[in-house]
Design a protein around this ligand. Structure first.
Ligand code: GTP
Ligand code: MG
Length: 218
């Protein structure tokens, strides 16, 4: 089903992951793209980028997957990445209430997008830690319904609810509300390369932060 060969003549969609540090954005992406999970925490520095080709109803589509950093110091970069976004995935950790309460502040960062053109998805991650849950399913679902967002709870660790989230809910919406990506995306991918190079210089400073991050090391 999944083709590994990107092609420039198929529709492109830009998905962006936003949410607090340690909520599992990179883990969700890795589970989705490579079907793997790493329990060691490696904070995203600036931005990571992956792509994946999929098929919806026999139509090839190319997904550009932008994995942003949750750390406060990278927040000013967010508007640069959210340009031309088609799908924004807002991630919180069901064991951390603060990460759920901060979702509106992530939405506030979206100053340069046309909200009505975007598919919004709210994802509560880490449901394998249900016994440590601090955000109920109903709270998440209500917030999503009130804002007209897709909603799902998942576990990047076990892969639970991934087919439901991506193949049923998100891709179904892509079929309904469709907007081909522009050439600007190619240019942005090049810009990301530069941002990552600059930020790699700061990486050694982050090693201590990684050790202290996120309370629970899951
Ligand atoms: P930043 O890049 O700093 O913004 O963090 P992030 O949101 O990308 O979080 P990341 O994917 O790096 O995950 C943070 C920690 O949570 C890591 O130790 C992961 O292994 C762990 N984690 C992620 N998803 C799950 C999950 O579904 N269940 C459990 N138990 N742990 C998870
Ligand atoms: Mg990350």
């Amino acid at each position: 089903m999944v083709s590994l060969t990107p092609s420039s003549d198929i529709p492109k969609y830009k998905l962006i992951f936003l949410g607090d540090q340690g909520t599992g954005k990179s883990s969700i992406l890795n589970r989705f793209v490579e079907d793997k999970f790493d329990s060691n925490y490696q904070a995203t520095i600036g931005l990571d980028f992956q792509s994946k080709n999929i098929q919806i109803d026999n139509q090839d589509i190319h997904l550009l997957l932008y994995d942003t950093a949750g750390q406060e110091k990278f927040r000013s970069l967010i508007p640069m990445y959210t340009r031309e976004a088609n799908i924004i995935i807002l991630v919180y950790d069901i064991t951390r209430k603060d990460s759920f309460l901060h979702i509106p502040s992530w939405i506030n960062e979206l100053t340069n997008v046309k909200i009505e053109d975007i598919i919004f998805v709210l994802v509560g991650n880490k449901i394998d830690l249900n016994n440590e849950r601090n955000v109920s399913f109903e709270e998440g679902k209500k917030y999503a319904e009130d804002n007209n967002f897709i909603f799902e709870e998942v576990s990047a660790k076990t892969g639970e609810n991934f087919p439901e989230l991506f193949y049923n809910k998100i891709f179904e919406q892509i079929n309904i509300k469709f907007k081909p990506g522009g050439q600007q995306m190619e240019q942005e991918i090049n810009e990301i390369g530069k941002v990552k190079l600059n930020n790699n210089n700061n990486e050694s400073n982050n090693k201590n932060e990684r050790k202290n991050c996120c309370g629970k090391n899951k």
